[in-house]
Design a protein around this ligand. Structure first.
Ligand code: PMP
Ligand code: GLN
Length: 378
């Protein structure tokens, strides 16, 4: 067979959004806002296009944008990244993830992945000939069992992939996780791919534990970020990667031939928009309000709420409603009740189904209200 990924089908996000459109359901499945991104940002893009920013950006990204990102990272986490050698602008977090894996994973390298896991990690590892060592986490807390992680480590372990705030569970890494992780990687040749695309979507006054805050972790980490998440513009596919110079050098060897550079006018616009730190510091309260009202609504239904400390996803158990498989339940919920969600089993590589589904609450209040109204019928 020509297939390099014989087990891989179409991503669940495409499948569920297509079904939602087909049956005209409220789409709380794929993670994207149903409201407009800031008008000011759109004006900045238009102005950049009119001002002639329509040709290739430098390979690593617009210098002004990289400088802004360096300043932001230093201010928030105290880490100094050199914009020339340690920051690269990418086509969304997705390209940063793929590029980091492609640049570092050799055949037979092992990569530790915690499940439920975002679906972009495993295919990239497999394409490089690496082995996914997955560890399944359990609801309601989805805590990482660090003792088990220790036992999974071998001389072949090349990378650990982390994602905090977490998609799909909304959990976050806390200081004690950082401490345990630090002990495990100490004196070992293990890289970290830290998917931090929801870094500013964190609630109840919690702190985002970026790898950038801990020098011994930072020095071995690729940190992935996404402007689609920050500025309600997932369709722009703009993000970035932070890594120490030696790792970034390898990253750019791939980046230059995968995309060379990413679109120029949006980089110009975002560099300008980032000058105002309120644009991202306000996100926690913006989304916490959505989380809170959506949770209040769901509390009236027969779903059982799981915790949500970050991200724009709320997961629920549906055991009180049905004993169907989560994939079947999600399809029925979309078709018969008009609300599309993501079955969380899609984020596990083994047949694990805790009867949990994920809602995206990056939606207008009226959309969330309408969805709750429909879910009350269950
Ligand atoms: N990582 C996680 C955990 C995500 O949820 C997403 C998707 N939104 C991405 C990476 C990819 O981000 P982007 O849309 O910027 O490619
Ligand atoms: N990250 C988004 C989600 O989890 C979707 C990204 C995508 O569609 N690939 O829903």
């Amino acid at each position: 067979s020509v297939s390099k990924l014989p087990q891989t089908g179409t991503t669940i996000f495409t499948v569920m959004s297509a079904l939602a459109n087909e049956v005209n359901a409220i789409n709380l499945s794929q993670g994207f806002p149903d409201y407009e991104c800031p008008a000011e940002l759109i004006d900045l893009v238009t102005a950049a296009m009119k001002n002639g920013y329509n040709q290739y950006a430098p390979m690593a990204g617009l210098p002004a944008l990289r400088e802004r990102i360096a300043a932001k990272t230093e201010k928030l986490h105290g880490a100094v990244y050199n914009p020339d050698t340690e920051i690269t602008i990418t086509a969304g977090g997705t390209q940063a993830i793929f590029t980091a894996i492609c640049a570092t994973i050799h055949p037979n390298d092992e990569v530790i992945v915690f499940e439920p896991a975002y679906d972009a990690y495993a295919p990239a590892i497999k394409l490089m000939g690496g082995t996914v060592k997955s560890l399944a986490l359990e609801p309601p807390d989805y805590r990482i069992p660090w003792e088990m992680v220790k036992r999974l480590i071998s001389s072949r372990t090349r990378m650990i992939i982390l994602n905090s705030p977490h998609n799909p569970t909304g959990t976050i890494l806390r200081k004690d996780d950082i401490d345990q992780l630090s002990i495990i990687v100490k004196n070992r040749d293990i890289l970290i791919l830290s998917d931090e695309v929801y870094e500013h979507l964190i609630y109840d006054g919690e702190v985002h534990e970026s790898m950038a805050r801990y020098p011994e972790l930072q020095q071995r980490s690729f940190i992935v970020a996404s402007f689609g998440k920050l500025f309600h513009s997932t369709g722009w596919k703009l993000g970035y990667c932070l890594a120490p110079a030696a790792l970034m050098q390898e990253f750019r060897k791939i980046h230059q031939f995968l995309v060379f550079s990413v679109n120029t006018p949006m980089q110009v616009a975002i560099a300008e928009y980032l000058k105002n730190e309120e644009t991202y510091l306000s996100l926690s309260s913006f989304f916490q309000q959505k989380r809170d009202t959506f949770r209040q609504g769901l509390a009236q239904t027969r779903f059982e709420l799981l915790p949500c400390s970050g991200s724009y996803f709320q997961s629920v158990w549906y055991n009180n409603i049905s004993d169907e498989k989560d994939t079947d339940f999600s399809i029925r919920l979309t078709r018969d009740f008009g609300v599309a969600t993501i079955p969380v089993s899609a984020f596990y590589s083994k047949a694990i189904d805790y009867h949990v589904i994920r809602f995206c609450f990056a939606k207008k209040q009226e959309t969330l209200d309408m969805a709750v109204e429909k879910l009350l019928a269950l």
